[in-house]
Design a protein around this ligand. Structure first.
Ligand SMILES: [Zn+2]
Length: 45
């Protein structure tokens, strides 16, 4: 029985899901302001 564990990467920015940008409802995308487009959370511990 394989256990699929969804590991929550603490480094991943929650606001953009690690993409570094957010999709706009009107179309297009904008750089995530929280991670500055890196997709990583700067929060360290
Ligand atoms: Zn982000």
């Amino acid at each position: 029985m394989a256990t699929h564990i969804v590991t929550t990467t603490e480094d991943t920015c929650q606001y953009c899901g690690g993409d570094g940008y957010n999709q706009l409802l009107l179309g297009g995308s904008e750089t995530c302001q929280h991670c500055k487009g890196t997709g990583k959370s700067k929060q360290k511990k």
